[in-house]
Ligand binder design. Structure first.
Ligand SMILES: *Cc1c(COP(=O)(O)O)cnc(C)c1O
Length: 442
């Protein structure tokens, strides 16, 4: 058991975590952007490169997924102001919410219905483009809708994509890869919901089920893929491509804010709450946001009290060398997208200087938020996607949050803040499963 990273300072944090108590942790390793921007670990050009690649595929998406037509073949989500939820939360929790509360609706993303439609799909496209260019199917100037021709699909069918998943990553990789024509194998952990496996199988995806957690499913998938030269493994723990696919969200968000006449600056800070599993999704988005908004953005990750893996990894600096099981936690949560026991160390090290903190949330609260956002704004979310809502409540009431605000000279401007709860999934949940979440007893 790896516990050498647990020092005195961490002792009370650890005892809270071990008791499944909610915590709000401020990251003391946060650096001013000035100190980071000349030595970014992943170059900014790679993000714009990813954005261009997605644009090259837009005609393909218009051709293959009619739901992307209205957005010109680009997969992105609405940014929605939620004043009814804001005032409801203020009443219910007898607590102020600073500034204006928005929700970023990745719950509605085309094709995969979750945040994984960003990273997962991007990685599949990048691999497909690489193969297609190398084998002369297209050039970078081609109309990529050619890739929907049967001869392209036949070509791609020689190759296999594999991925380990708690559910949503498997859905996004599976749906996308099957459409391109790849063979697909999804290695599912025991958290994965039955409907996700059924949906994938209906699209011709091979689903292998494991009676163990996410890390094991990934490890086994990686091993099987390595034995096959025509197989590509989407490695949620280490993939820079996944990370880049997520990071593209940042520039697009800036444009969306500007369209609503919002300019982020010192007087109008941006505060973002991102649900975190292994880290790639929130990490990639946070990385892009930091490059786009510098010190005017403040980002907090949200994790279930049963699976606080990124918090544990960062607070001990042990990253993937420590699991929530090492401190006696069971890693069992209704938030299946966040049911991860060990974080990505690649992501942990990359976000260490850029995120403001991490907090944890009880499953029971996820259900309350799930119901409230439906009742007040008619938005359908899955439990994982609700983890961001307690962030704005912590911000205005927690002692460590108040210290953070004062340390960063935010008192004067906090009531101008634009607060964004990043809602990460929900659209594809079958009605029957959704109703059972909605009716879950308090
Ligand atoms: C995967 C997922 C997350 C977190 O993303 P990670 O890359 O695992 O950190 C959050 N919410 C939902 C609904 C997800 O599917």
């Amino acid at each position: 058991m790896a516990t050498n990273g647990i020092n005195m300072e961490n002792e009370s944090l650890m005892s809270q975590l071990k008791r499944y108590n909610e915590v709000f942790w401020i990251n003391n390793s946060l650096q001013p952007f000035q100190m980071l921007k000349d030595e970014l670990p992943i170059a900014e050009e790679k993000i714009s490169d990813a954005e261009k690649r997605l644009t090259r595929f837009s005609k393909y998406f218009i051709q293959e997924f009619s739901e992307t037509r209205s957005n010109g073949g680009i997969i992105d989500s609405e940014l929605t102001f939620i004043p009814n939820m804001q005032s409801h939360m203020e009443d219910r929790y007898n607590s102020k919410i600073n500034g204006k509360l928005f929700i970023k609706q990745d719950n509605n993303l085309a094709v995969a219905g979750s945040i994984k439609a960003r990273g997962g799909i991007y990685e599949v496209l990048k691999y497909a483009e690489h193969l297609a260019l190398e084998n002369g199917l297209i050039t970078k100037d081609s109309d990529y809708s050619e890739l929907s021709l049967q001869k392209s699909k036949d070509f791609f069918s020689q190759y296999t994509i594999q991925v380990g998943s708690t559910g949503n990553l498997g859905l996004s990789i599976g749906i996308m890869s099957a459409k391109i024509g790849f063979k697909v194998i999804v290695h599912m952990s025991n958290d994965a919901k039955q409907w996700k496996k059924d949906l994938l199988r209906s699209k011709g995806v091979k689903v292998i089920e494991y009676d163990s957690d996410y890390s094991f499913a990934v490890e086994n998938g990686r091993k099987l893929s390595e034995n096959d030269p025509k197989s590509h493994f989407v490695d949620d723990e280490n993939s820079e491509d996944l990370f880049l696919g997520y990071s593209v969200a940042a520039n697009r968000l800036k444009v969306q804010l500007e369209r609503q006449n919002i300019n982020i600056n010192q007087e109008t800070p941006l505060i973002v709450y991102l649900p975190c599993g292994v880290g790639g999704g929130p990490g990639g988005i946070a990385y892009g946001l930091k490059i786009t908004f510098g010190d005017n953005v403040h980002m907090f990750f949200a994790e279930p009290t049963h699976s606080p893996c990124m918090l544990l990894g960062l607070a001990t600096k042990l990253h993937d060398k420590i699991s929530v099981k090492d401190i006696g936690l069971d890693n069992k949560t209704i938030a299946d997208g966040l049911a991860v026991g060990k974080p990505s160390s690649f992501v942990g090290k990359t976000v260490e200087p850029i995120i403001s903190g991490i907090y944890t949330i009880e499953d029971e609260k996820l259900f309350n938020f799930l119901r409230d956002i439906k009742d007040t704004e008619n938005i359908k979310l899955e439990p994982s996607a609700c983890a961001g809502f307690s962030g704005p409540l912590f911000l205005s009431s927690n002692k460590a949050a108040k210290e953070y605000i004062s340390l960063h000279d935010l008192e004067k401007y906090i009531d101008n803040a634009i607060q964004i709860v990043w809602a990460t999934g929900g659209k594809l949940i079958p009605e029957k499963d959704y109703i059972s979440y909605y009716n879950m007893k308090k």
